[in-house]
Design a protein around this ligand. Structure first.
Ligand code: GLU
Length: 267
């Protein structure tokens, strides 16, 4: 699947930000960017959807002793987004590539005019050889509706751009039949061709400190992409060169498109 013409790679906060220091994992990010650059140089279009803004900005609230409120998370996102983009920009610049920041909300995908603008900017970024780096626009997103779900955002973008595959890099190998931390008999589901109630029952809930996505949101993303004729992969991204690892057969769950994809759209 990774030889796709157009792919989206979604990176969760837990991979990018060291939970102890609250700092970006620089060497890991450089290895991911090296993977992306390799795809780029073989003519593939890559869009990165990245979390990490809230985690990086949360240091500003150190010592609070309670979980951040939504408005505090939005403030953290405003601060952390700058740190996040600086890290991507520096890493891509080392390869002679530019990073193009796009902060989006649901409306930018569902509203016709905004969707056209979003699409056109994505195309232009590719035309000038820049890598689109997308995050949800956390500071203006309506808290209850869309704040904090980059799995869904990535799936909607995959649908919008007629991507061939969406890769969700996570801190788990993929979808397990049961919680592998509690059930030693749990096994990895390597292929999913249809989201059945059994598959849905396998998804647990996330307890990650900063990110909001767990297996439930990943399965929702899978439904969106599969319906749109796009494949999806969930894989562990903790090790360096996570995309190369998938190409070399690292454990993962692949979700196959339900319908044949139409040709690349221009809207
Ligand atoms: N957009 C948020 C961030 O950059 C995280 C959203 C998510 O984890 O799904 O921190």
């Amino acid at each position: 699947m990774l030889l796709a013409r157009r792919l989206i790679v979604k990176i969760g906060s837990a991979l990018l930000v060291d939970a102890d220091t609250g700092e970006i994992c620089g060497p890991w990010l450089d290895s991911l960017v090296a993977d992306v650059v390799r795809f780029f140089s073989r003519g593939q279009q890559v869009i990165i959807v990245t979390s990490g803004a809230v985690a990086l900005g949360s240091r500003q609230f150190d010592g609070l002793g309670r979980p951040l409120r939504i408005d505090e998370k939005q403030t953290a996102a405003a601060i952390g987004q700058v740190r996040l983009m600086l890290a991507y920009e520096q890493s891509l610049r080392a390869h002679g590539l530019a990073a193009g920041q796009m902060l989006l909300t649901n409306e930018d995908i569902y509203n016709h005019q905004r969707r056209r603008n979003t699409w056109s900017t994505l195309q232009q970024l590719h035309n000038v050889g820049a890598v689109p780096i997308i995050n949800e626009n956390d500071t203006i997103a309506t808290a209850e509706i869309c704040f904090g779900d980059n799995d869904q955002l990535a799936a909607r973008i995959a649908q919008m751009v007629n991507a061939d595959v969406l890769v969700l890099l996570s801190n788990v190998d993929g979808l397990f039949t049961d919680d592998p931390h509690h059930n030693p008999l749990a096994r990895l589901v390597t292929e999913v061709r249809c989201i059945t109630p059994e598959i849905e029952a396998m998804a647990g809930h996330s307890h990650a400190r900063y990110s909001s996505g767990g297996m439930v949101t990943k399965l929702m993303a899978a439904k969106t992409t599969m319906d749109a004729g796009c494949g999806m992969i969930i894989a562990r991204g903790n090790e360096p060169y996570p995309l190369a690892a998938i190409e070399n057969g690292a454990p993962s769950t692949s979700f196959f498109p339900l319908v044949k994809r139409r040709g690349a759209s221009d809207t």
